[in-house]
Design a protein. Sequence first.
Length: 202
Amino acid sequence: MRKILVMVAVAIMAVVNVSAQSAGSMFLKPMVGGTLSTITKADDTKMKLGLVGGAEFGYYIADPFAVTVGVLAAMQGSAFKDNQVYKDQSTTLTYLNVPILANYYIVGGLAVKAGIQPGFLLSAKHKFSENYNGSWHDEEITGTDDMKKFDLSIPVGLSYEFADFVIDARYNFGLTKIYDNEHLDDYKNSVIMLTIGYKINF
């Protein structure tokens, strides 16, 4: 019984802590982490590991709701399966993303979130090794000439806060096509993002 009471007391304290930060309080959250991404509908793709980093500004509207707006530099794109002609293929697309999220705190520091994320393409790089008569040669193609410079996605996820640290997991559903090519209409971003951040309340 005592253990149950202690657990209830801890849960109540956690809820009170979040509530105390609600109703007009704000925070800044620097964050860093990784991405697992691929390009939908492209042939022979596999997940590609990348990095993400930036910060989000948050505002508690009213318990248990908050909104956040962020600026995140994220490496997206896809890796590709090897074949007889190409191996070690990967496309790295670097975006400056601006996630705008509604956050709902279920209990304590646990929150669900969803929103919209405009993104702006900063760079594109395609690396691969090509087989010339039995000999492999490394190649690299850079540039964004045939690509859409604007990307729009829907992020959904969960986060958990403890001692001002925040673990955040999201999935970004790509809505707009990546390439400026009518034959590649279904090529869109698909991104899993995992970060850790630190909340600076003010």
